[in-house]
Design a protein. Structure first.
Length: 155
């Protein structure tokens, strides 16, 4: 259930992605001038509902709108499936990097998560370090992982 390293990339995601009824659900949250936007996509071509394998990609954009130079140090995810089973994933950086963002810069990456249920929810935070050494958590908004086999958006 943890983010799938085979799906992680910094390039635009080139897999076939399905959006429910051609609707894009984007989730956004700002903490201390750092805006995190998440765009989840169900991956029909990597999923196998008969085997209880449902796969999503999610594109994340991190925008530094603060006056400070910041660095993303760690990530913390809480991934919950439709049955309430939760997995916690912690690690250094994202997609193998610990990006440094000057004021006005942004960083984007795509990763993925498989679940054994047709829907779920993810939420998390990035530990950030300011140039002056101050640390803070940039919150990642809770976002739904919805497939055509679920009941609709959970969040």
């Amino acid at each position: 259930m943890s983010p799938d390293p085979k799906l992680e990339t910094r390039e635009p995601h080139r897999q076939t992605a399905k959006r429910l009824d051609n609707i894009t659900f984007m989730y956004k949250q700002t903490t201390r001038g750092v805006t995190i936007t998440v765009d989840p996509m169900y991956l029909d071509d990597q999923s196998d509902p008969e085997e209880n394998r449902f796969v999503w990609a999610y594109r994340v954009r991190i925008e530094n709108q603060s006056p400070d130079r910041i660095q993303l140090l760690t990530r913390h995810w809480r991934i919950t499936d439709a049955l309430g089973k939760t997995e916690v994933v912690d690690g250094a950086g994202v997609v193998g990097e610990q990006p440094v963002l000057e004021p006005g810069q942004r960083f984007e990456y795509t990763s993925g998560a498989p679940l054994a249920t047709p829907s779920g929810i993810m939420v998390g935070r990035y530990e950030m370090k300011c140039e002056n050494g101050e640390m803070f958590d940039a919150l990642i908004p809770a976002f739904s992982l919805d497939s055509p086999f679920g009941r609709g958006p959970l969040n």
